[in-house]
Design a protein around this ligand. Structure first.
Ligand code: CA
Length: 446
């Protein structure tokens, strides 16, 4: 609990002079009696380590008695028999380490008094039910302070302050991210070993996610992308239903979430274990671009520098292969490379796969890298089936993505253990027959 108490202390300092209201996530119905998988709101979890729905954390740095207040569900024997255990109000103070806990049902009654005599209410608008509750509490606080004292005259978003904290990872967080990376590596390696022509994308997906869950990861960090052949040229391909064809590449963008920390990894490998000349040529360009991008990562560098490094290497490579015309500077200036490389080179990574944290400061300058930040580095080249180029390259999609921790002297690749060189990949693909616990259904069956 010390971890979360220390984070709340930092947040309390950030909300000095105000009160912050941080609601949990809520359950979302899927259909009759069934809900979508519950996943706690990252800000709420960052400050509490508490993973139940229908809870609200209030941070009141100016309050005399209660600086940290938790509203949560009450124990309920009948409901718990059906839907699982609850912490309950009585255990919350000791377990979570807050100053006081109340039943969530008393939020409307208790909240107004915490809003009296503070200038700023920190609350993220957007959830209509929560918004209505906060608006009513503010109204009540104004009524309570009409004759003496005052109620908040400013409503501000708590996100910038919280997200600035989340953007710099502590040693504890880095340890979680290392484990998330290790488990993700196990999944990718198992998927590489299992790959052979004739399997379906979903079978590789099953291998990946089996390894994630077997190692204790609670869930995937995002929907796994298992894209064979020209499905790899669809950036967010998610169907995962096609068969892996001889002579094609397989792009796998998949990672686990472990203890609320995400990895985000892409590897691309040949289905039959051998790169063709054209596949190899494209792969070499993307790998060189990724290496150039990673080399730029160090404290003090602008966040965008690694993207420009990747774009230059990709553009040079595409011109050399005849996929782009003109000079490198001209192709970069006119952005003609975007026909084949249409996304950015990386995003922040942490509790959320596209993690919080600014990319540009308030004067619209790219932020500079600092130790403790984590970014993906993920260049790619995607030659669409209908691209106006040498047909031998059509339908090839390659992306290579690793997770980089910014250190005092440069960066550390948290996912470096996942095979990436052509030699490593060719040595591992298809080295393990996929085993099924039951009898295999004939492969044409639907
Ligand atoms: Ca990714």
């Amino acid at each position: 609990m010390k971890t979360y108490e220390a984070r709340r202390e930092q947040a309390l300092a950030a909300f000095h002079g105000g009160v912050a209201i941080i609601p949990s996530a809520t359950t979302i119905p899927r259909n009759n009696d069934t809900e979508y998988e519950f996943r706690q709101n990252s800000d709420f979890y960052y400050l509490t380590g508490f993973d139940e729905p229908d809870a609200v954390l209030v941070l009141a740095p100016e309050h005399d008695e209660h600086r940290t207040i938790l509203f949560l569900r009450e124990r309920d024997r009948a409901t718990e028999i059906w839907n699982g255990r609850r912490l309950g109000v009585d255990a919350a103070v000791e377990t979570i380490g807050v100053d006081i806990a109340y039943p969530i049902g008393s939020l409307a009654q208790e909240l107004p008094r915490y809003l009296c005599n503070v200038e700023t209410l920190y609350y993220t608008l957007g959830n209509s039910e929560n918004d209505a509750c906060v608006r009513a509490a503010l109204g009540d606080a104004r009524a309570m302070t009409r004759r003496a004292g005052f109620a908040p005259d400013t409503i501000a978003d708590p996100s910038p302050a919280l997200h600035a904290l989340r953007q710099i990872k502590s040693a504890h967080e880095i340890a979680q991210m290392r484990r998330s990376a290790e488990i993700t590596a196990q999944g990718h390696i198992a998927a590489m070993r299992a790959t052979r022509p004739g399997l379906h994308e979903y079978e590789i997906e099953a291998v990946l996610e089996y390894e994630f869950h077997r190692a204790g990861a609670q869930r995937t960090a995002y929907e796994s992308i298992v894209a064979g052949g020209d499905n790899a040229t669809i950036l967010h391909y998610r169907e995962n239903r096609d068969r892996l064809a001889e002579g094609t590449l397989l792009l796998v963008d998949a990672a686990c979430e472990y203890n609320y920390y995400a990895a985000d990894v892409t590897r691309t490998w040949p289905v039959n274990g051998r790169f063709s000349a054209e596949q190899r040529a494209i792969y070499d360009v993307v790998l060189a671009a990724q290496q150039a991008a990673i080399e730029t990562l160090r404290p003090g560098q602008p966040q965008k520098a690694f993207h420009y490094a990747a774009v230059r290497v990709i553009t040079e490579g595409l011109i050399e292969l005849g996929l782009l015309r003109g000079s490198v500077d001209e192709a970069i200036e006119r952005e003609t490379y975007r026909e084949y490389y249409m996304h950015g080179t990386g995003h922040w990574l942490g509790m959320d796969v596209h993690d919080v944290g600014r990319y540009r400061d308030l004067s619209d300058t790219p932020v500079t890298l600092e130790p403790g930040m984590v970014t993906t580095v993920e260049p790619g080249v995607y030659v669409q089936r209908d691209a106006a180029c040498d047909e031998r390259f059509r339908g090839i999609g390659v992306r290579i993505e690793d997770d980089l921790l910014i250190t005092e002297s440069g960066s550390e690749n948290l996912t470096a253990m996942i095979p990436k060189s052509i030699d490593e990949l060719e040595a591992i693909i298809g080295t393990c027959e996929l085993e099924f616990s039951g009898q295999r259904v004939s492969s044409g069956a639907i």
